[in-house]
Ligand binder design. Structure first.
Ligand SMILES: O=C(O)CCC(=O)C(=O)O
Ligand SMILES: [Fe+2]
Length: 327
């Protein structure tokens, strides 16, 4: 049964701390795949993010969703006797299935350790590499970045599953350049919902008109780094002493909005398998808590693109995502 998409007033969007009031939200525009290139580019420059419908054939995305869940299934993440493509959560202890970025907190939980190993296995697989390099996304990278003559997908790509009703597990508020400072802020992120991600399933929310806000914050970090006499490597790090926990600007979208957004709203969206959200390195975004009523796990991939003929952050192209890669 397709889920009925709630109205903004009905939507219960939660960060790590609390709900975000409906008046602090708006819907994000989406664009059909045949939208003219100049409209897509203008939207990326003006709003920092473009949600494009139907970029990748739905069947390919769903087949990839199946492969991912087959790879991690042995840890008991899926409800017995359900189709891996559906990705229905088993209801086991949520801490068994925390993301790979929590690797250092699960040393005493063998199931969680194994789960993270399998997440890395998925990220290092041939099917994940093919997915990142698929012609459908690359065609859009060309359309957004016509001056790139040799675009490529960074080896380090992140696969994330968010299980339903797992508290305090959302991705904190950030812009990607925090993690990509080894190059100029021109890398292009494709955030790919790997399955349908309706607004209750905890997909990404984007702050409207966020590029100037991020630029200001980044300028501030640069000035603080200079004042503190950071060595070059330290200045590049997302985890230097100026930065928040895990490199994030805030652990909670609502808190960040109250402090820094100056009346800007968070944009929410209904993502479907086949859609891709392209965002600028200064686009401010976060994820929300998965409250899927049918227990569906939210799966997505963060794929990032740069060009061999332009400067880029080489730290992201050394190896696939693995434990302790320091990024
Ligand atoms: O999926 C998430 O929770 C975070 C994704 C993200 O931040 C990105 O793709 O840049
Ligand atoms: Fe991000």
């Amino acid at each position: 049964m397709p889920i009925r998409i709630p109205t903004l007033d009905e939507l219960e969007i939660e960060g790590n701390v609390g709900k975000i009031a409906p008046e602090k939200l708006r819907w994000m525009p989406s664009f059909p795949a045949d939208t003219p290139d100049d409209v897509l580019r203008k939207e990326l420059e003006a709003n920092g993010v473009v949600h494009v419908k139907g970029v990748i054939p739905r069947e390919y995305v769903l087949a990839t969703r199946r492969k991912y869940f087959e790879t991690v299934a042995e840890t008991g993440i899926l409800k017995p006797d359900t189709d891996p493509t559906d990705g229905i959560f088993s209801g086991e202890n949520p801490t068994n299935f925390v993301g790979a970025d929590s690797a250092k907190y699960v040393e005493d939980n063998p199931i969680a350790k194994r789960h993270i190993e399998l997440v890395f296995e998925a990220a290092q697989s041939e099917w994940a590499k093919e997915f990142c390099e698929n012609e459908h996304i690359l065609a859009f990278v060309h359309r957004f970045k016509p001056d790139w003559t040799a675009p490529f997908c960074f080896k380090r790509q992140i696969w994330r599953s968010n299980i339903p009703n797992s508290e305090r597990s959302t991705t904190g508020v950030h812009y990607d350049h925090i993690f990509l400072r080894g190059g100029p802020p021109i890398a292009l992120t494709a955030w790919v919902p790997v399955g349908d991600v309706h607004p209750l399933q905890g997909g990404l929310i984007y702050l409207e008109d966020s590029l100037p806000v991020a630029q200001r914050i980044e300028d501030d970090f640069t000035a603080q780094g200079l004042a503190r006499g950071f060595a070059p490597d330290e200045a590049l790090s997302a985890f230097n002493s100026n930065m928040g926990v895990a490199g994030m600007l805030s652990r909670d979208a609502g808190e960040f909005q109250a402090q820094y957004a100056d009346g800007r709203r968070w944009m929410v969206a209904n993502y479907e398998a086949g859609d891709v959200v392209f965002h600028h390195s200064f686009s401010i975004h976060a994820s929300t808590t998965n409250r899927d009523p049918d227990g569906v796990i939210r799966l997505s991939a963060d794929l990032r693109y740069a060009d061999r003929e332009h400067p880029y952050d080489g730290r992201w192209d050394q190896a696939p995502y693995h434990a302790n890669d320091g990024l």
